[in-house]
Write a protein that binds this ligand. Structure first.
Ligand SMILES: Cc1cc2nc3c(=O)[nH]c(=O)nc-3n(C[C@H](O)[C@H](O)[C@H](O)COP(=O)(O)OP(=O)(O)OC[C@H]3O[C@@H](n4cnc5c(N)ncnc54)[C@H](O)[C@@H]3O)c2cc1C
Length: 379
């Protein structure tokens, strides 16, 4: 039996961010993933980040999001310095549009939230479109420009986190499946894997949509229903699109090499992560509606991923009540990439006995479902 202080189950953006934050505090965790690291939802995502603002506390989710936005700047610079990997963090700006009259209400409500949070934005007139984003559908009814909207290349960010963790000496165990948590009374005593048992001081479950299944085996009821999301990747000229374009839950995210992601669906399809013809058709139609000239662009690829759900609009962050050494960090739904650095710092604080940095009562794994909140930045 191998022994380690903190074992993190799941090597997606959440597990790797926790391991990285722990390593910065001198705690070298073990991270286990049944696949290569970062191949789950974290790879499949679009990498959209909300605008940077000073950390605000108007609601628990806003606090977590704004803390993360601040940390993204720091972590991106830090990761580049430590391991020489560019995670693609770029402040490209964004345009939020309404194409139909029925979409105006939601867009204006979102703008009201941005104002309260101090997020910079301005309304664009149709005469501005060609100057700001020449390929945007000129028939858009309403558009707001958000100069501070940002993005990461999530596969690059995952590579950077993995390299930094390795650099620190974190023990990385890819291609190792966790079968179950072994328990005695109110403690997890070991992690049973297909490579043998690992004893542990503390365990962090960050296994995305699969967390609920693992925890159920240990009699912890924590629903993490998979929320399937599909993306279509276009390839155009590098200068085709400059800004992230968002229309409700749909978006175009341009990369600087000319790739453009059109996302994303939201489906309850169990653990089926296969892309479907129907979704690809729907997403391409939506892409043409936002930027008609995309109809002539190449479609390079499409894929699907399973976002980890929760019982409401918040992730689960904190100790499980059932075991004194079990920490849970999952259920981030559509926002796991944007919330990952703050989640990492928070859980590392918790695991090391430091002040968490945020009021955790709102994220308790055993909470009753809270009211829906904060749709200012869905991603
Ligand atoms: C199409 C799409 C677009 C998205 N766009 C954005 C976006 O723009 N911005 C944003 O913030 N978020 C976005 N998201 C959401 C975001 O990707 C997720 O919230 C986030 O990746 C969740 O990270 P995770 O580490 O919890 O899960 P995952 O990345 O799924 O990682 C969980 C890991 O646990 C491992 N695992 C599971 N079971 C076991 C086991 N028994 N043993 C060992 N390992 C196990 C898996 O192999 C996996 O690697 C998007 C998601 C999708 C699908």
């Amino acid at each position: 039996m191998k022994s380690t202080d903190v074992v993190v189950v799941g090597g997606g953006v959440i597990g790797l961010s926790i391991a990285y934050a722990l390593a910065k505090r001198g705690v070298l965790a073990t991270v286990i993933d049944r696949d290569a690291f970062g191949k789950g939802a974290s790879w499949a995502g679009a990498g959209m980040l909300p605008p940077f603002v000073v950390r605000t506390t108007s609601s628990p989710m806003v606090e977590l999001r704004s803390w993360s936005a601040v940390l993204y700047r720091e972590w991106s610079a830090e990761l580049r310095e430590r391991v020489g990997v560019d995670n693609g963090y770029r402040v490209t700006g964004g345009i939020d549009v309404a194409l139909e009259p029925g979409e105006l209400g939601d867009l204006k409500t979102a703008a009201g939230r941005w104002r309260v949070e101090g997020i910079r934005f301005e309304q664009l007139q149709p005469s501005d479109f060609t100057r700001v984003e020449p390929e945007l559908n000129p028939k858009a009814l309403y558009a707001f420009y958000l100069p501070d909207r940002a993005q990461i290349r999530n596969p690059w960010h995952l590579r950077a986190l993995e390299a930094a963790a390795q650099n620190f000496g974190v023990k990385l165990m890819p291609h190792t499946s966790v079968r179950r948590l072994k328990t005695v009374d109110n403690r997890i005593t070991a992690i049973e894997t297909d490579g043998g048992d690992i004893s542990c001081g503390q365990v962090v479950i960050a296994a995305g949509a699969w967390s609920g299944g693992l925890l159920a085996e240990a009699q912890v009821a924590l629903p993490t229903p998979p929320l399937k999301g599909q993306i279509v990747l276009f390839r155009a000229e590098a200068t085709f699109l400059r800004h992230i374009i968002e229309r409700g839950k749909l978006y175009l995210v341009p990369r600087e090499d000319g790739r453009i992601l059109m996302g994303a669906t939201e489906e309850n399809a169990g653990f089926d992560s296969r892309p479907t013809a129907e979704a690809v058709h729907e997403l391409t139609q939506q892409a043409y509606a936002l930027c008609p000239a995309l109809a002539r662009a190449e479609i390079e690829k499409y894929w699907a991923g399973l976002r980890p759900g929760s019982i409401d609009t918040r992730p689960y962050l904190g100790f499980a009540q059932e075991y004194e050494n079990l920490i849970i960090a999952t259920g981030h739904k559509r926002a796991g990439l944007q919330l990952a650095p703050a989640t990492g710092e928070l859980i590392a604080n918790l695991a090391t006995g430091a002040v968490p940095g945020i009021d955790l009562s709102n994220f308790r794994p055993d909470r009753a479902p809270g009211p829906a909140e904060d749709v200012a930045f869905r991603s």
